[in-house]
Design a protein. Structure first.
Length: 265
């Protein structure tokens, strides 16, 4: 078993070996509840202590504005009103942000307010340090490959079977992943996968997160039934990532059901 602090130290050392004279973009992929945000926060602290100029960006902060997703819901498929799958992010914004960092600018870093389900005004975005050396870019499907069209035919859950019976939603999301998203993934210098044991464990983690919010009486908290429906938006691609990404990620961090690190390969 590897402690969380040991994981941070290990990755910090690897990032030191990976980075060169230009901006080094580290992609960190992990399913919902796998601990991406906690890991990134730890890496930022440790890298700053080491004198590295570092910035952090989440794929979640690149979500399209609510009005844009509602337009997609009208024009393409109603399920695109819900943020999450490929097609619901502003890829051009992500590319522009990385380009600005690569030029050495103190670049504005996009932020998304999940409580309001909308992007934070640009005037409120934090800025990266000038001449950023490392960008930690995390997200649930960072670096994911698209599926073969034939793999889309069979629904993986009730959401796809009932609300996407014609396959338009999942087909559009897969096409987006095969298209513009690959240009974003090409900016990654290294890819790290936090690998959950299985999809069922991911679903349990997501419900645990929401249960904690219910106890704190937070706003916009989902019921167990709402969580069960919500996570089905992510199931197809999460299963695909867990099955395929270990073969091409630069580093795979295997987790157990308690999110403890079993091994780093």
């Amino acid at each position: 078993m590897i402690s969380s602090s040991a994981l941070v130290e290990s990755l910090t050392a690897r990032i030191g070996a990976w980075r060169g004279q230009r901006l080094c973009v580290i992609g960190i992929c992990g399913a919902q509840g796998s601990g991406k945000s906690t890991l990134v926060a730890g890496l930022v602290r440790r890298l700053v202590q080491s004198g590295v100029r570092v910035a952090a960006l989440s794929l979640d902060d690149l979500y399209l504005k609510r009005a844009e997703r509602q337009e997609m819901a009208c024009d393409v498929h109603p399920l695109f009103a819900t943020r999450g799958v490929p097609g619901t992010h502003d890829v051009a914004l992500g590319l522009a942000t990385i380009d600005a960092l690569a030029r050495g600018e103190a670049a504005p870093l996009p932020r998304f307010d999940k409580g309001r389900d909308d992007r934070v005004p640009e005037t409120e975005w934090p800025r990266s340090p000038e001449n950023t050396q490392v960008l930690l870019f995390e997200g649930w499907c960072i670096g994911a490959s698209s599926q073969e069209p034939a793999a889309l035919a069979e629904p993986v859950n009730a959401l796809e079977r009932v609300e996407d019976s014609d396959g338009i939603w999942r087909g559009h999301a897969n096409a987006a992943l095969a298209g513009d998203y690959q240009a974003l993934w090409e900016r990654l210098d290294r890819l790290v996968l936090l690998a959950a044991p299985s999809w069922d464990v991911v679903a349990t983690w997501r419900e645990q997160q929401e249960a904690e919010l219910r106890q704190s009486s937070g706003d916009r908290v989902m019921s167990p039934a709402e969580v069960a429906r919500f996570i089905q938006h992510y199931e197809r691609l999460t299963r695909h990532i867990l099955a395929t990404m270990p073969a091409y990620a630069d580093l795979t961090v295997r987790l157990d059901e308690a999110r403890e690190v079993l091994e780093i390969t």
